[in-house]
Design a protein around this ligand. Structure first.
Ligand code: DX5
Ligand code: ZN
Length: 224
C-alpha cells in the first residue's frame, strides 16, 4: 500500500440541525478541512436536500472548500447551477448519468476537483476507464438519502479493494472518501481500509452525546 494520504475531515451540513449558520462558520476553528454539502433531487435518492441558494450561503459562511455531493439525475446538465468555486470538490454518482465524462470536464473547467461516487452495491469495475479522470472516489457506506443509518459491512472491504486497485494502477494520489455512519467506532476500520476523507455526521461530530468541540477532538484522535 502507498504512503497514506493525510486524513481530511468533511462535516456534513445536512446533519447540523438548528443553528446551522453559526455551526458552519465555526467548522474551520474546529480543525475541519472541507464542508460536505449533500444535494438530493428526490429522484436519484428518495429525499430532497440543499438547493443552489444553500450552496451559495455555505460559501459565504466559511472559507473552507466545499465538498459537494451531487445525488441528482443528469448532473452534467445541472452542475453549473451550484456556484462551484476553484478548490471545491464535486462528486458525481456513476449511477446517475450516461455522460459522466462531461460532468467531470465541466467540474475541472471550473477549477474544482471531479470525483466519482459509488452506491454501496455498485461494483468497483464501474470505475474502469474513469479512474484517471478523478481526484477522489466517494464510497457510500450506507444507502444514500438519509443520515443516522448503520454502516453496510461489505463496504469496508470494498474500500480496501479500491485502495489496492488505485495503488496497483499508479493512482496513489487519488483519494477515497467514506460517506455514511462514519462513527467513532467505525473510523478506525474505515481509515485502516484506506479511507482518507471522512464525512462526519450524526454518528460523530454532530452526535448529541457531547459538545461539538469534544466530538471534533475525539474524531481527530481516532482518524490521525
Ligand atoms: C449522505 C450524507 C450524510 C452523512 C450522515 O450522503 O453525507 O448522510 O454521511 O452521517 P451519519 O450517518 O453519521 O448520520
Ligand atoms: Zn454525502
Amino acid at each position: 500500500m502507498s504512503a497514506r494520504l493525510p486524513v481530511r475531515l468533511s462535516p456534513s451540513v445536512m446533519c447540523v440541525g438548528a443553528g446551522r449558520e453559526k455551526t458552519v462558520a465555526g467548522l474551520e476553528a474546529l480543525g475541519m478541512d472541507l464542508v460536505h454539502a449533500d444535494v438530493m433531487d428526490g429522484v436519484f435518492v428518495p429525499n430532497f436536500m440543499l438547493g443552489t441558494d444553500d450552496i451559495a450561503m455555505l460559501h459565504d459562511l466559511t472559507p473552507l472548500p466545499l465538498d459537494i455531493h451531487l445525488m441528482i439525475e443528469r448532473p452534467e446538465e445541472r452542475v453549473r447551477w451550484f456556484g462551484i468555486r476553484p478548490g471545491d470538490t464535486v462528486s458525481v454518482h456513476v449511477e446517475s448519468t450516461r455522460h459522466i465524462g462531461r460532468a467531470f470536464d465541466i467540474i475541472r473547467s471550473l477549477g474544482a476537483s471531479p470525483c466519482a461516487a459509488l452506491n454501496p452495491a455498485t461494483p468497483l469495475c464501474a470505475l474502469d476507464g474513469i479512474i484517471g479522470e478523478v481526484d477522489m472516489i466517494l464510497v457510500m457506506t450506507v444507502n444514500p438519502g438519509f443520515a443516522g443509518q448503520k454502516l453496510i459491512p461489505y463496504t469496508v472491504e470494498k474500500i480496501a479493494e479500491l485502495r489496492q486497485k488505485l495503488d496497483d494502477k499508479g493512482y496513489e494520489n487519488v483519494r477515497i472518501e467514506a460517506d455514511g455512519n462514519v462513527s467513532f467506532g467505525n473510523i478506525p476500520k474505515l481509515s485502516a481500509a484506506g479511507a482518507d476523507t471522512l464525512v462526519l455526521g450524526t454518528s460523530s461530530l454532530f452526535s448529541k452525546d457531547a459538545p461539538i468541540e469534544q466530538n471534533a477532538k475525539r474524531v481527530r484522535e481516532l482518524a490521525g
